[in-house]
Design a protein around this ligand. Sequence first.
Ligand SMILES: *[C@@H]1O[C@H](CO)[C@@H](O)[C@H](O)[C@H]1NC(C)=O
Ligand SMILES: *[C@@H]1O[C@H](CO)[C@@H](O)[C@H](O)[C@H]1NC(C)=O
Ligand SMILES: *[C@@H]1O[C@H](CO)[C@@H](O)[C@H](O)[C@H]1NC(C)=O
Ligand SMILES: *[C@@H]1O[C@H](CO)[C@@H](O)[C@H](O)[C@H]1NC(C)=O
Ligand SMILES: *[C@@H]1O[C@H](CO)[C@@H](O)[C@H](O)[C@H]1NC(C)=O
Ligand SMILES: *[C@@H]1O[C@H](CO)[C@@H](O)[C@H](O)[C@H]1NC(C)=O
Ligand SMILES: *[C@@H]1O[C@H](CO)[C@@H](O)[C@H](O)[C@H]1NC(C)=O
Ligand SMILES: *[C@@H]1O[C@H](CO)[C@@H](O)[C@H](O)[C@H]1NC(C)=O
Ligand SMILES: *[C@@H]1O[C@H](CO)[C@@H](O)[C@H](O)[C@H]1NC(C)=O
Ligand SMILES: CC(=O)N[C@H]1CO[C@H](CO)[C@@H](O)[C@@H]1O
Length: 833
Amino acid sequence: MSLLWLLMLPAAAFAFNVEIHPKSALFRAGDTQELRCMATDCNNQVTISWNSLEDKPMFAQIHTDGPESVAVFDPVTKDNEAALLCRVDCGGVFKRQRAVVKVYSFPEAPVVSGHDRLISGEVNILTCQVTNFYPLEYLLIEWRRGDHVLQTASESTLSTYAFTPTRDDVNGSISCRATHGMDGVPDAEKTKETTVPLTVLYVPQIISISQPTTVRVGTGLTLWCLAEGYPRPEIRWKAVGPGGQFVIVGQSEELALKDVNMMHSGLYGCVASNSVGNATASVKVTVLANTTISVSPRSKVKEGDSVTVSCQSDIAPVGRMVLKRLSNGQGVELQSSDGSSTSFAISSALANDSAVYECEASNEYGSQKVRTLLSVEVYPLEVKMDPAVTVEVGSILVLSCQALGCPQPAFSWKSVLPVDCNVLTQDSLSQLHLAPVGLANEQTYTCEAKCGSVVKAKHIEVRVFSFPSDPVILNPGPFLEDRVANLYCSIADVYPSRHLRVQWLDGDKELPSDAVKNSSGLLNWTSQLSLMVGPEHQGRRIACRVSLQTDGVPLGRRERQALTELEIHYAPRGTTISVSPANEVKEGDSVTVSCQSDGAPVGRMVLRRISNGQGVELQSSDGSSTSFSLSSARLVDSGVYVCEASNEYGHHGARTHFTVRAPPRNITVQVYPSSEVQEGHNVTVSCHSNSFPAPAVVLRKLDNGMELYSLDGNFLLLNVTLQDAGRYLVNVTNDLGYETEIFSIVVMKKHSRSSPDLNQIVIPAVCLGIMLTTSGLVLDYLRRARRKGFYELTKIPEEFPTPADPRRNQISSYGADLGAITSGPEPAAEVST
Ligand SMILES: *[C@@H]1O[C@H](CO)[C@@H](O)[C@H](O)[C@H]1NC(C)=O
Ligand SMILES: *[C@@H]1O[C@H](CO)[C@@H](O)[C@H](O)[C@H]1NC(C)=O
Ligand SMILES: *[C@@H]1O[C@H](CO)[C@@H](O)[C@H](O)[C@H]1NC(C)=O
Ligand SMILES: *[C@@H]1O[C@H](CO)[C@@H](O)[C@H](O)[C@H]1NC(C)=O
Ligand SMILES: *[C@@H]1O[C@H](CO)[C@@H](O)[C@H](O)[C@H]1NC(C)=O
Ligand SMILES: *[C@@H]1O[C@H](CO)[C@@H](O)[C@H](O)[C@H]1NC(C)=O
Ligand SMILES: *[C@@H]1O[C@H](CO)[C@@H](O)[C@H](O)[C@H]1NC(C)=O
Ligand SMILES: *[C@@H]1O[C@H](CO)[C@@H](O)[C@H](O)[C@H]1NC(C)=O
Ligand SMILES: *[C@@H]1O[C@H](CO)[C@@H](O)[C@H](O)[C@H]1NC(C)=O
Ligand SMILES: CC(=O)N[C@H]1CO[C@H](CO)[C@@H](O)[C@@H]1O
């Protein structure tokens, strides 16, 4: 500057300079600072003056020395802040220079308050005060915890921070930082921070206290109580005194009690208090006498055992003892006494004696209760009895009931009716004797067993049956065929009748039978079987099966049966007659005629031979057959044989015939009217022999061989002539042989008589049968012959029945005679014209 001044000087005398330094200043309040104004190159009188551009005093001391003037600000105040003008008069030449002064102030760190009595859990206001700060607009206040900015404020010297501390903040701190934001303020001065510890006050908290304590009379104990809080809490112990009021019993964390007695029992309170508040907690102290309760012999017994609950106490002074049973929350006093012991005895424990027993020992200072548990176990009683039994009426029934799991059960028997006293009980078995069993015993019996308090029962159903005898069949037979036969089956004394079944059986076939009626008692029952009987029923065995199908009746006794045989009666029938060996025999053979018939009952058999319409009885016998034998058959034995069977219901017959065959023999030749006849007379030659079958008869005239044939042995020589005289041979022939006979006819001459024409002697060979029925002549001869003892030539009528056709035989062949045989008092089945 001086150099500049020097340079200007030569240039112009007036060209002096004014310099002001510093032209722009930032001063810290309180410091001493100056502004220097100098005139250079002024060779003249220099006058320097200062003044403020604003309308206020300059608040500076001016020291001027020559061309140089110094404005001293001591101390700098914010009033110094101004734009100043330094005016230099150099010889009447004025020149001025301007300088600007700015001031700042930030002398102290902020002051924090309110941090030293923070109340935990409440809103506390912290304040941060910045003093002498200038210019205010550059002030920034920050609340900080560590690097964390909590809150900022500006342009105010006072900042408040609302803060709710917790116990975590106890050892914390908080900072208030103030910052001068103006340019030019040296860095070292820009920021000021105050950190303060946080003092958090909080109410005491009891963090630990003794457990409830039980001590015996005469011993000691120490209680403790630990509390936290700020300021550090004071601890006091209080207890309830005998008058109920609190008394202070201790002033420290530990409370020692020595030689306690019942009085020391109670609640001990711990109070922790500080300026902020207080906290309390309590602990129970129980001082016990040695009171004991015991159960002997054991606390677990079975029903029936004897048990004693006893109680003792050393409570002092001696007080009262009360023994109770607790049930359903209620105590029932069992025993009480003054003294130090009491007891209660149960002679026979029951399950409901199981309980908690309590003994209370008490005196004027207190009482003590002790409890014990008595458990009475029941016996595992089990009753065993069959559920049902079926017995026969009249038998002996013993019902057995067994009780298991119980040493001494008590039994009782019950039923609807009073139970007889026939009960035999031994140990675990009880038996009810029922004898003899009757219908009244059919009921349910109950056996009840009791063991202590346990009662169990079992029921037995007694069912009774009666089925003593086999059924009896009444068979009023014999029965007539095609009639209804009634059989009766009776069964006596059956029970229960609803299970009785009566069946009629014909072999395997069941016949319809009537239902058995219901009866409440023993039933006598007769079942009727009505049966239309026919021939097929003869001899049938009909069974009456009676069954009692009910459980409990032994299988082998459920069925009984009776049998009867049907006897069917009917008139004889199916009568047959037979000849053996054959219906045709040779004379001399032996022959048997046998006859059989079917009838019931068997009656009488009569065998007859029909002769001349008359029956000749040959044989008769009782029974169903008869026979008649010929050791040597003769021709006369040929004929019709009739067999008749009869019984009380009727009769029935059959017939047959048999034929005896014989060769011709014992020929008799008769000549009528005589073997000596007159010429012109008729001669009849009648030739007979004993033979069968009927022989053919040949009459041969021996001298001329003329032959005549006849079937009946009769030859009629009409109008004989002399030529007819001579010897004749009769040859009688049948299957079995022939016999001949020779005779002579003598013809006596008659006058004027011509010889007969032989051809006119006509003996027609006619059927023997027809001749018999038509020729009166021959019949007449035959009758005469019979009278003379000749054998009868039996003949078989054409319609004679063959034995193979008995029906025809019986119905029509023999007319009234045979019809009468077969029509008896009872109509026979076969007679059904
Ligand atoms: C606070 O500090 C003290 C001393 O260092 C310590 O004992 C205490 O536990 C601390 N409390 C908390 C809450 O941190
Ligand atoms: C505990 O605090 C409450 C409320 O501040 C006060 O009324 C009471 O007296 C205090 N108790 C004790 C034992 O200090
Ligand atoms: C309590 O008393 C019984 C006898 O009555 C005794 O056996 C027991 O030891 C006592 N117990 C105490 C803790 O004294
Ligand atoms: C237990 O039961 C029996 C019989 O039921 C009765 O007599 C007795 O009083 C009961 N005892 C108790 C303690 O209930
Ligand atoms: C017989 O008695 C039984 C049982 O008592 C019953 O079921 C049945 O219907 C009765 N029958 C008649 C026909 O009464
Ligand atoms: C059943 O019959 C028996 C013998 O046949 C007889 O003793 C009894 O009295 C009869 N009972 C009845 C109920 O008729
Ligand atoms: C023939 O007849 C005679 C006399 O009547 C008799 O004695 C004799 O036995 C008969 N002969 C025969 C084979 O019948
Ligand atoms: C002989 O028989 C014939 C014929 O029957 C008869 O007409 C005649 O009169 C008979 N003669 C004598 C002499 O009887
Ligand atoms: C009789 O007749 C039979 C048979 O016709 C014959 O065999 C027999 O020789 C005859 N007898 C006589 C003596 O003619
Ligand atoms: C009836 C009849 O013929 N009579 C005769 C019998 O024979 C003599 C002689 O031969 C005749 O004269 C009859 O007429």
